[in-house]
Design a protein around this ligand. Sequence first.
Ligand code: ADP
Ligand code: MG
Length: 361
Amino acid sequence: MVELCGVSKSYDGVSDAVAGLDLTVRRGEFLTLLGPSGSGKTTTLMMLAGFEEASAGDIRLAGQSLMRKPPHRRNMGVVFQNYALFPHMTVAENLSFPLSVRGIRGAPAKERVGKALALVNLDGLGGRRINQLSGGQQQRVALARALIFDPDLVLMDEPLGALDRQLREKLQVEIKHIQRQTGVTVIYVTHDQSEALALSDRIAVFAGGRLQQLGSPRAIYDTPANAFVAGFIGENNAIDGTVMERAGDRCTVKLDGGGMVFARAMNDVGPGDRATVTIRPEHIATDDDAAALPNRLTATIDDRIYHGDHSKIYASLPGGARVTIRSPRARGGDRIDIGWAIDRSFAFAAGDTARVRGGGA
Ligand code: ADP
Ligand code: MG
C-alpha cells in the first residue's frame, strides 16, 4: 500500500537523517518504526505526511507517487506531538474541523463525530472543551480526529509518550483494538521497545537513519539481524570473544575471559573475527538445569534482586564480563553454574550494527 523506495533525507546537505530507506507497508497492517532518539523515525513520518520533502527516492501510496502532493491531499490522519488540538474549542468542534475541510457538514458530520467519540470511548463528552480534559482523554480526541475522515493511513508519532505507564498500557490496548475494528493501516513511531512488541504486526528497527531489520515482533526478538537489534529489543547479555571455527550457521567462540561457547554464526562472521555473543537473561539455565546444556560456564554472583514472579541474578564470568540471569526462583550462594542452548545465542561480528536488513517474517 505504501512504498518507500531509496528514500533519503538530509537537513544540512552533509549528513543523512534518513539514508537509503526501502520499506513497504501492507494494507491494514500496524507497522511500527522503532529506534533510539535521533534515528530518523520522525523524519520518515514527516516525509510520509508531506511536512518534509525527501532529498532522494520516491514515496508511493497505492502505486501513485506522493512526491508532488501537498499534505492535505494525501488523505492521511496524523497524531503528532506537535500537532495539537485547539484547546479552547470543544471536542466536537475539534472533530468537525477535518470534516469541514473536506466539505462534510451538518447532519453527516454530526453522525461521524458521534461514531468517532464512541470509537475512542468518549461518548457524551463532545461538548467539553479540550482544556477540561485529562491527558489521556486529549490523546483519545487526537486519535478520533485522525480517524474521523476515513483516512487511507494513520501516522502516529509517540502519541502516548507524555502519559504515565498505566494509562499508556491501557491506551495501547485501545489503539490496537480500534485499529483491528476499523482495519485502518497504521504507521506508528516509538522509542519504547515494549510498546512496539505489544502493538505491531511488523516492526522496522531504525538506527542512525538506517533500517536495521524489518519483521514480526517475534522474528525481531528471537532472531535479531545484528548486534544493535539484539541489544535494543528486550534485554540481552553481550559477551566478547574471538571466533575459532565456523561450520555452516554455527561457530565456536573463545570468550575473552576464558571458556568456549557454541553460537549461531550471524552474517559473515568467520574464524579469527572479533565477535559479540548474545544470550537473553531468560534463556540462561542455572544449576542442575544447566548441566546437560552444550554451553556451560561458572559465574560469581554479584547481586540478586527479587521481582516477585522471578529473580534477577547479576553475575560475573571469569575475566569480568557481566551477565544477567532471569531465574524463576530466588537463590543463595556465591557461585552459579549457568548454561544455554546453542540456538538461543548469536555470534555477531564486532561492529556489526549498521547493516541494512530488509525482508524477514
Ligand atoms: P527520531 O524521531 O528517531 O528521534 P528524527 O527524525 O527526529 O529522529 O531526527 C533524525 C536526525 O535528524 C537527528 O540527527 C536530528 O537531529 C535531525 N533533525 C531532525 N529534524 C531536523 C530539522 N528540522 N532540522 C535539522 N535537523 C533535524
Ligand atoms: Mg521523533
